[in-house]
Design a protein around this ligand. Structure first.
Ligand SMILES: [Zn+2]
Length: 142
């Protein structure tokens, strides 16, 4: 369960503890907090991808890559229970090794999104070519 803007109450609880400098210099933690980042789920919301699913077949949101995706297993963090989530995040802010894992997991999710986006472009190109073939063949009376 991500600390997302959909869970505004949790985010409001955490934000006073974060300085502006922290927020500006830690885009990966912002990805985690907001669920806005290189995630199929996020890109799907804005119709940049046809599906919210990761390449592994599960919903690709911020938590997915940090805790569950089989494609980022080596960078997984231990998922806290809901009741310990706030203290878990406070600890994450001061744990360079855990932040490094989070960054690596999100770099992989970024690559996955790039490949999925390219797949969509290839699909759109194939549809366009088929359309041209249909137009061409109908004009020629085939
Ligand atoms: Zn996945």
């Amino acid at each position: 369960m991500a600390l997302s803007l959909n869970q505004g109450i949790e985010l409001e609880v955490l934000l006073p503890a974060l300085t502006k400098k922290f927020l500006i210099t830690n885009k990966f933690l912002i990805y985690f907090l907001t669920n806005h980042g290189p995630f199929p789920c996020y890109l799907h919301r804005f119709q940049k991808l046809g599906s919210p699913l990761c390449a592994c077949g599960l919903v690709g949101d911020a938590d997915h890559y940090v805790f569950r995706c089989p494609l980022t297993t080596e960078f997984h963090l231990k998922e806290p229970s809901d009741e310990h989530r706030k203290s878990w995040f406070k600890n994450l802010r001061h744990n360079g090794q855990a932040q490094s894992k989070l960054i690596q997991a999100y770099k992989i999710s970024n690559g996955i999104c790039d490949r999925l986006t390219q797949g969509l472009i290839v699909y759109q190109f194939v549809v366009f070519v088929r359309f041209l073939v249909l137009v061409f063949t109908s004009e020629k009376g085939f």
